[in-house]
Design a protein around this ligand. Sequence first.
Ligand SMILES: [Zn+2]
Length: 268
Amino acid sequence: MDEMGRRRAIYLAVLVAVEGALAACADTSAQGTRPAADATGRKPRARKPNSPSPSPSPSPVFSPVAVPSRKPIHQIKEINPAAPPNSIALTIDDGPDPEWTPKVLDLLARHHVVATFCLVGDAIREHPELAKRIAAAGHAICNHTMSHPQPFAGLSSERMIAEVTGAHREIWKTTGVTSRLFRSPGGDWSPAVLATVAENGMQPLDWDIDPRDWARPGTGAIEAELLHAKPGSILLSHDGGGDRSQTLSALTTVIPVLQSRGLTFVTL
Ligand SMILES: [Zn+2]
């Protein structure tokens, strides 16, 4: 390469870098929010194209997208009208947890069931290998805030945005998944929460079958409630936040029963 060629190559490299920086600024200013910086202050980098890990989208910065509904959804058809009529969706909240998440994943794998895991950002930081395992197994991932503060609707606007964007970034950095679902801790919605979720292009997610397994009402009570599931139901359960042995035991019984009714588990 001659001198002119070298200069032109350097010029183009600088141009690409500047354009990239400007595009990043435009994205964040258009959004009006900026994801919370991670502990190192570094921006996550996209993996190489041939990486065996899931490839993250080019940028973790949000761009508003059309979502099926700005209201929390309770049924599969509200988010996926084309889902087969015998579909059912299991959602699993508050992990990843080092004791219970692997057991739940093993159970789901035994029955060839896919689920939607509503992950907490701080827990992903503590157990990134489990978040990766969830994604690698084909389960969907939902944003369940950075630190699961409650009541979520009572947070300041600034803190609320940081909780949502921080978890989004953590999910993306660790799994390569850009989550388009958000579940508020305790299902606590308000106009401010819904506006924050919408501004970040996510679908608010609720449920229609709640066995209150987090309160450990007994395996039988959890089973009885989960068995009320109908085609199109979204089921709530937990793999984090404490002793989930009752939940695991109930799911062990309930999953094959629901499958024997002809229901098929789908991700959201
Ligand atoms: Zn939760």
